[in-house]
Design a protein around this ligand. Structure first.
Ligand SMILES: NC(=O)C1=CN([C@@H]2O[C@H](COP(=O)(O)OP(=O)(O)OC[C@H]3O[C@@H](n4cnc5c(N)ncnc54)[C@H](OP(=O)(O)O)[C@@H]3O)[C@@H](O)[C@H]2O)C=CC1
Ligand SMILES: O=C(O)C1=N[C@H](C(=O)O)C[C@H](O)C1
Length: 258
């Protein structure tokens, strides 16, 4: 399998390059919006560092099978179009997507396999199931969600938080969401409070609270290293290579791999 990695100078792009080198996965292209900012030692000697403006031509010339992307929504939309044109599968963990960005992924999925996941850790995949079960079984308990990330994260709430809230809605029906509270702000029945902490170098923490009158259940996931996301994305890339065009989920990867 021949890989391309976008966002090569970013936190996750760098982690994917390092994880790929450790498992001898072949990264033929390290792609950057500014190729001069990529540390050449972050990629293997035979990985070519290219500017994203040259991505469409480079994907075809290097016979890339899968592009692994952790960047930003607008960039992702362009990268998805390049993948569709070049017949390259796309694995992306980029969050903060609007309906427009999701439509760009859906368009690409008409031509190539596309897998988007807001979180590539196995623990969070299990957390989704646990949260859905708990929200259904404790249907009258108050739900609140707290997530914490490093001070460089730009989107809030996190993509993972939004998908956990969707798991609660799937179990209970749609609930109003309140993003933080201030001043006279009593809890309204059925609402879900969502709280985003940004501080230091927190890799990623998600905690779902379910509180009844006399007890409280907290389901917590803590990522201790970005490597867990990079490994999950590389597993997804290996699984996605050679599949039919369409949209796939990380849950599908784990069910086969488990
Ligand atoms: N699904 C998951 O498991 C995970 C998802 N994420 C998500 O991955 C994304 C990247 O996170 P992270 O690596 O921490 O972010 P960084 O800011 O560290 O890196 C993002 C990189 O994307 C590239 N990029 C290309 N175009 C743009 C643009 N228009 N604006 C900003 N950056 C651009 C840049 O690299 P260059 O100049 O080299 O192109 C930049 O360094 C986020 O959406 C984050 O939420 C993060 C961790 C896990
Ligand atoms: O930006 C990050 O760092 C992370 N983003 C993802 C998200 O938005 O859910 C996943 C993980 O929590 C790390």
């Amino acid at each position: 399998m021949r890989l391309a990695v976008t966002g090569a100078s970013g936190r996750m792009g760098g982690e994917v390059l390092a994880a790929a080198a450790d498992r001898d996965a072949s990264v033929v292209l390290a792609v950057s919006s500014d190729a001069d900012t990529v540390d050449p030692t972050s990629a293997e000697a035979d990985t070519e560092i290219v500017a994203d403006a040259d991505l469409p031509a480079a994907l075809a010339a290097h016979e890339v099978d899968v592009l692994v992307d952790f960047t930003a929504p607008a960039a992702l939309a362009d990268y998805a179009a390049a993948c569709a044109d070049a017949g390259v599968a796309l694995v992306t963990g980029t969050t903060g997507l609007t309906d427009e960005h999701r439509a760009a992924l859906a368009d690409a999925a008409d031509s190539v396999p596309v897998l988007h996941a807001p979180n590539f850790s196995k623990g969070v995949a299990v957390l989704h199931r646990l949260v859905g079960d708990a929200a259904a079984a404790l249907a009258d308990y108050d739900v609140e969600l707290v997530e914490a990330h490093h001070d460089g994260k730009t989107d809030a709430p996190s993509g993972t938080a939004l998908s956990l809230l969707d798991a609660v809605d799937d179990a209970r029906g749609e609930s109003p969401r309140v993003h933080g509270r201030e001043g006279e702000a009593p809890r309204r029945e059925g609402e879900i409070g969502v709280h985003a902490v940004r501080a230091g170098d927190v890799t990623g923490m998600h905690e779902v609270w379910l509180a009844g009158g006399r007890e409280e259940l907290r389901l917590t996931h803590r990522a201790e290293s970005r490597r867990v996301f990079a490994e999950g994305a590389l597993d997804a890339a290996a699984w996605l290579a050679g599949r039919d065009a369409g949209e796939y989920s990380f849950a599908e990867v784990l069910e086969v791999g488990a």
